[in-house]
Design a protein around this ligand. Sequence first.
Ligand code: KG4
Ligand code: ZN
Length: 359
Amino acid sequence: MTGSDSGGLILGIETSCDETAAAIVRRGRDVLAETVWTQHEVHRRFGGIVPELASRAHVERILPVLDETMRAASVGWRDLSAIAVTAEPGLIGSLLIGLTAGKALAWSTGVPLIGVNHVHAHLYAALLNGDPLDAQALGLVVSGGHSSLFRLDPGFRPREIGRTIDDAVGEAFDKAATILGLGQPGGPAIDRLARCGNDRAIDLPVAQLGPGRFDFSFSGLKTALLYAVEGVPAPPNRVRRADSGRSPAAPEPLDDTRRRDFAASFERAAIRAVTRTVDRALDTHDDARVLIAGGGVTANSRLRQELALLCERRGVTLRLPPPRWCLDNAAMIAGIAWRRAARGEHDDLALPARAVVPR
Ligand code: KG4
Ligand code: ZN
């Protein structure tokens, strides 16, 4: 391949959800340029991501985002060692836009194509602009679409040891924000509000799934918050007060204090569910000397603090990306592809997009 001779420059393309992103990264480490165009404005009034609108927005933005990134890095197509693109998992229409763009560019320029797993790339974000992984590790990905734990060796080969059985933790943050009447994306809104609330105001469940399992569950927490805010629904055969569908003991309406306290209580429970499972996984996988974390929810200030405390107590090194690389971006896509590019590996143009990756 043109590969390592040409300076190890990789173009990364990311379109798995609602960000259209491109980046140029040298040798899996140095980020020369990156562009992230977020679609929050497109979806805001629907209260969640509308897949068809997401794909259309990617079609509109992908070429300008690519042009801008190549120009910012002062790189020509033939300088590239590889074109790396997210191929799985994600919204299928969104994935197809980036993957098709990547294939078209690879075909027309002769630069090799490398397909990337988006969740694994979230782990790699912690290594950008830093040293490579040099020890056995556990990996935590907590985002809007995924919540998973991995084992990793110094060769950076993730093996999943747990994942959510229902909602992802970021999805729970987003739904909690809707229940509390806050804007989207909900995670940053709850993060801000929770800082001045009482996190013991209400007792919300912290799910823990059977011994020896490192899976997560967040749907019970979301329902418990809904009931705390709106009251427990009356059984269908009971007479309902004013036909509200809620129990006669419906709680007081949300005021600013209750909203802050509920946000803080929700955040405490959601983060405990994550840190407890990580703690148990470190008990079992006691040769792990490093915890690598990534995904949108690792931008959360409380989670960052609690992971730092947990790792300090256990004598484990914590590798966390800076907040901008916690969220979806293409630098992590270009970064993780470097190992395969350096070995001369690549994919062919038949590479499929996969919405879901089975266990
Ligand atoms: O990694 P990401 O950009 O997209 C996915 O791959 O899903 O993560 C987006 C998720 C959203 O659910 C958002 O609410 C959450 O990350 N998020 C946060 C914070 N910032 C973003 N959750 C909690 N606290 C934050 N500060
Ligand atoms: Zn993501």
